[in-house]
Write a protein that binds this ligand. Structure first.
Ligand SMILES: CC(C)(C)c1cccc(C(=O)NCC2(NC(=O)c3cccc4nocc34)CCCC2)c1
Length: 255
């Protein structure tokens, strides 16, 4: 492991087994193996005192569904914070929630700068508000759709943040990362075979002319971003070459 401190990521969830999806696979799995991050889960059910290990109850004021009880969550959060804080530096408690700040790459970069994270995933209709007002620092949302729990959102956040840890991407991907980081949509990708059921790979990619290939890819990214996500294009500072290529592709689209 190269960097000095290890980023500790504590998770509070009633489904801890779900998190093997990030701890056991891919770039996040390797980051755990290489000690760049440590992921540890606490289940509020371990902090209940009743025979049925109850973590939820009916909502005051009536209404459908159940609400997660404050005490098991509070105890799990405090235990998780203690572990996360042992690594030193700042620890931030985040509740993944539809009411949260929308997670986009700029926010991911902010969170990557926090030493340790405690991620709280809700289930049922949500959690007792007193958990949020007393033990949560920030609420973040991965998007505007109804989910069954916050666990997948927590894993999305961990994946995006882990990719920004120096060395986590290894050599192969870091070049790719630059293009993603520019904020443009990706260009088309091709690999063998050169012809598949009569469908050919664009000649330029077979030309070996790396400058032409770079320009083709940039033009494709610009064109796709203009076509499919003009909102993203608004956020990107285009340099002279990019502006020219975009003008070219828009003129071609008009023909
Ligand atoms: C957004 C909108 C459609 C308007 C809406 C309004 C009201 C509730 C819900 C909803 O999904 N409630 C259920 C829960 N959702 C999430 O945890 C969750 C959902 C989405 C993005 C997230 N990012 O992090 C956690 C997220 C909350 C408690 C258990 C799961 C969704």
């Amino acid at each position: 492991m190269t960097q000095q401190t290890q980023k500790r990521i504590a998770v509070v969830s009633i489904f801890p087994e779900m998190f093997s999806a990030i701890s056991d696979f891919g770039i996040t799995g390797r980051a755990v193996k290489e000690g760049r991050i440590a992921i540890r889960c606490w289940n509020p059910r371990e902090f209940t005192e009743d025979r049925h290990r109850t973590v939820d109850d009916r909502p005051y004021g009536g209404g459908p569904g159940m609400v997660m009880l404050v005490d098991p969550l509070r105890q799990a959060l405090e235990t998780a914070c203690e572990w996360a804080g042992e690594a030193g530096g700042e620890t931030r408690v985040i509740y993944l929630s539809p009411q949260g700040r929308k997670l986009e790459q700029a926010g991911v970069e902010e969170l990557a700068g926090v030493d340790n994270l405690v991620l709280l995933a809700g289930r049922y209709e949500g959690i007792d508000e007193r958990v949020i007002s007393n033990w949560v620092d920030e609420e973040w949302s991965i998007g505007d759709y109804v989910l069954s729990g916050g666990e997948l959102a927590a894993m999305v956040l961990v994946d995006a943040v882990t990719r920004l840890i120096p060395g986590a991407l290894g050599h192969a991907q870091s070049a790719q990362e630059d293009s993603f980081a520019e904020g443009l949509l990706d260009c088309p990708h091709y690999t063998r075979p050169e012809v598949y059921e009569g469908m050919r790979v664009p000649e330029v990619l077979l030309s070996g002319n790396h400058e032409l290939i770079r320009r083709w890819r940039l033009k494709q990214s610009l064109g796709r971003t203009a076509e499919r996500r003009p909102d993203l294009l608004e956020k990107v500072e285009l340099d002279a070459e990019q502006s020219r290529l975009l003008a070219e592709i828009l003129a071609e689209k008009k023909q």
